[in-house]
Design a protein around this ligand. Structure first.
Ligand SMILES: [Zn+2]
Length: 376
């Protein structure tokens, strides 16, 4: 099931080759899974001469998952079928600062509303994947010391949602999910990838040797790396020279408000840049330079194939140009040879798609498949 889901085992012959099982055993299992409504076989695969192999895919009607990207000011939510296709998606309002109890209850309501609008209420809900804009301990799925989420420290968000909805729940940091979403959908063959999310806050997710690298949960967190800036700006962590305090959407909005601009969201910054407001463009370019300053040693050190820039500010051309310039100016030639620096292929959906992919992985790795087979 996992091989089929990842698009690697599209035929019985491929499954036999990849699993090392005898073709007859593979066929028997495939028949069982088709009978149980978990797989279906149709269409025509690429022919290498002779009879065209039929293509296997996960059965769309076998079940769905809900994927949510909880932002600082919004929730993007979708229903995905077992094959990983987005059936329906939308963006809903919601402040993460409303606190954990309000937000988890809101997520529950939003999830059922989304299932309703996707018209899939008759299909089993197999899981909920959630991206949060703060550090998540992968062992406990608790939020740990987030910077812009008052009241969330040590909140067991995964446990609470599982309780509220009686469903399997996966919780992960949003930048990590952006890395997964971009890797699976934009750069599937790529081994090493960094995805930097610059929105209200700043985060970075890492794909190493094709897999999400979590470390003990904080891997990729670049928000509190010190930068050399003209003026001090106090960070939520108490230091005055953190990248996030100088180059995040929240930091830039704060600076602009002191200069009389009415801005609250990264999106508004991008609008002002696109309108050609010089003061804002200069500020955004400066943020790109600072982000580039932090990313340069990381690109040398990790030497990725792809550096993805996502989040609200990545829609501002001067920001992306400044990051690019800093990296090409200071990185080792060997580190930048063949390096792709690209904005997110999946755009604003990256984290949501990553959340869907990871919860689907969990469902397929669970005993759900065996239980479904046994119950039919
Ligand atoms: Zn800090």
């Amino acid at each position: 099931m996992r091989l089929v889901a990842r698009g690697r085992g599209g035929s019985r012959a491929e499954l036999a080759r990849l699993s090392g099982m005898a073709p007859s055993s593979v066929s028997l299992r495939v028949e069982e899974l088709i009978e149980a409504g978990l797989l279906r076989e149709d269409g025509e695969g690429a022919s290498r001469g002779g009879r065209r192999p039929r293509r296997l895919r996960l059965h769309e009607e076998a079940g769905v998952v809900v994927a949510a990207d909880v932002g600082t000011h919004h929730v993007r939510m979708s229903v995905m079928d077992l094959a990983g296709r987005v059936v329906y998606s939308h963006e809903l309002p919601g402040e993460v600062a409303d606190g954990p109890e309000v937000v988890t209850e809101r997520l529950r309501q939003y999830a059922y509303m989304t299932l309703d609008q996707a018209e899939v209420k008759h299909l089993p809900l197999l899981g909920l994947g959630v991206g949060m804009p703060g550090p998540v301990d992968p062992a406990t799925t608790r939020i740990v010391a987030p910077s812009r989420m008052p009241g969330w420290n040590e909140y067991p968000v995964g446990e609470r949602l599982a309780e509220l909805m009686d469903v399997r729940v996966m919780v992960e940091n949003d930048a990590n999910l952006m890395a997964v979403g971009e890797h699976r959908n934009g750069w599937p063959g790529c081994e090493n990838l960094m995805a930097v999310k610059v929105g209200t806050g700043i985060g970075c997710g890492i794909i190493a040797s094709g897999r999400l690298h979590r470390g003990r949960g904080a891997a990729g967190d670049i928000s509190h790396v010190p930068v050399i800036a003209d003026t001090p700006a106090t960070c939520s962590c108490g230091h005055s020279d953190c990248l996030e305090a100088h180059a995040s959407g929240a930091a830039l909005c704060r600076t602009l408000r002191t200069r009389g601009f009415e801005v609250e969201y990264s999106r508004q910054l991008v609008d002002l840049v696109n309108d050609g407001v010089p003061e804002v463009t200069t500020l955004v370019r400066g943020a790109g330079r600072l982000a580039g300053q932090v990313l340069t040693p990381l690109v040398n050190f990790f030497n990725p194939d792809v550096l993805v820039l996502g989040g609200g500010l990545s829609a501002a051309e001067p920001f992306v140009a400044a990051v690019r310039a800093a990296i090409y100016e200071r990185c080792l030639p060997l580190a930048t040879r063949g390096l792709e620096i690209a904005t997110a292929v999946t755009g604003r959906d990256a984290c949501m798609l990553g959340a869907g992919s990871l919860i689907l992985d969990e469902v397929l790795a669970s005993d759900w498949v065996d239980e479904t087979l046994a119950s039919r």
